[in-house]
Each structure stands twice: as structure tokens, then as C-alpha cells.
Design a protein around this ligand. Structure first.
Ligand SMILES: CC(C)(COP(=O)(O)OP(=O)(O)OC[C@H]1O[C@@H](n2cnc3c(N)ncnc32)[C@H](O)[C@@H]1OP(=O)(O)O)[C@@H](O)C(=O)NCCC(=O)NCCS
Length: 147
């Protein structure tokens, strides 16, 4: 079957499908309300989604803080991983960030999360330090990365 793949900016109508991705991706998922706030109230928020045959199967977002992009989340639904969609999401996010004048990006990632670290490294992110016990659930350290 031919797959139709599309990336675009996220809207409030995507929240239901994004929540499905979110709840299947994170130990501490964001709530529906958190996404609503991002879409409706946070002028700094920039989010993109990826669709396969019209279904939202991944999303990524950042906050535009001056010329810096603070990446909040990147996730692909488990059933749709390892198909290059994480790559496409980062590509689109960085492209949208560039339009906003962003010239540096940062994020935190669990020290145990090699798949995500490898994805970010592929795009030039480098580890610059650790935030000890950053994650509430298991007190895991966060790796701080910058590009
Ligand atoms: C990280 C994540 C977004 C990757 O999405 P994906 O669609 O599977 O990624 P892609 O297929 O586009 O792969 C892109 C790159 O990511 C890295 N990668 C992805 N899965 C990997 C794995 N299981 N092991 C190692 N590297 C991996 C590789 O560098 C890969 O590039 P390559 O195929 O050229 O080697 C996905 O695993 C996910 O949603 N994880 C749970 C949520 C999460 O941890 N998000 C990050 C929070 S900071």
C-alpha cells in the first residue's frame, strides 16, 4: 500500500491523536489540558505533527525563547517507530524554528534514552552536562544537549 506521509504545524484539533502518541510514549505523559494551554495560551509554543494516511502518529515541539529553541517533546507512536518519522519531525521542527530566527537549540533527555539521544546526535546535538535527578518518577538524571 502507498503510504501518504505529511508533516505540518499542530493545531488544537490534533490534541486527541497527539494524546494517544503521548500516553503510549512517556512514563509521565502531558495531560490534555497541558496541550490545550500550549496551543491556546503559549505564544512561545511551536509544535509540528507527522501524519501517515491522515492519522497523526508523532509530534514534536519547542518554545521559542529569543533566538533559542527549547525542545519540549518529540514522540512517535510505538507502532510507527523506526520508519524515519522521528527524522522527519526533527527536520520540520528545525525548519519552522529557522523561520522564527532560532539559531541554537537545547533539550533534556533521560540518560537511559539512547534512541532519542542518537536521533538528536544525528542532527548535531551534543551533550553538555547533566541535571541530577531531573525526572520525578524514578529520579533519573537528564542529559542536557545543545545544538
Ligand atoms: C526517539 C523517537 C522519537 C525516535 O522516533 P523514530 O520515528 O523511531 O525515529 P526514526 O526512525 O526517524 O530514527 C531516526 C534516528 O533515531 C535514532 N534511533 C531511533 N530509534 C532508535 C533505537 N531504537 N536505537 C537506537 N537509535 C535509534 C537513530 O539515530 C535513527 O537514525 P538511523 O535510522 O539513521 O540510525 C521514538 O523512539 C520515541 O517516540 N521514543 C519515545 C519518546 C521519547 O523518548 N522521546 C524523546 C524525549 S526527550
Amino acid at each position: 500500500m502507498i503510504q501518504m506521509i505529511n508533516t505540518r504545524l499542530m493545531t488544537i484539533d490534533d490534541i486527541e491523536q497527539v494524546l494517544d502518541v503521548e500516553n503510549n510514549s512517556f512514563a509521565l505523559p502531558w495531560s490534555e489540558n497541558a496541550f490545550r494551554k500550549e496551543m491556546k495560551e503559549n505564544d512561545l509554543a511551536l509544535y509540528v505533527v507527522i501524519e501517515e494516511n491522515g492519522r497523526v502518529v508523532g509530534y514534536a515541539g519547542l518554545w521559542v525563547i529569543g533566538h533559542e529553541g527549547h525542545i519540549t517533546n518529540v514522540a512517535v507512536h510505538p507502532q510507527f517507530r523506526k520508519k524515519g518519522y522521528g527524522d522527519l519531525l526533527i527536520d520540520r521542527l528545525l525548519c519552522e524554528g529557522e523561520k522564527k530566527g532560532i539559531n541554537a537549540y537545547t533539550l533534556e533527555v533521560r540518560v537511559s534514552n539512547r534512541p532519542a539521544q542518537k536521533l538528536y546526535e544525528k542532527y548535531g546535538f551534543k551533550s553538555v552536562g547533566i541535571r541530577p535527578k531531573y525526572y520525578e518518577d524514578n529520579k533519573e538524571d537528564a542529559m542536557i544537549m545543545w545544538k
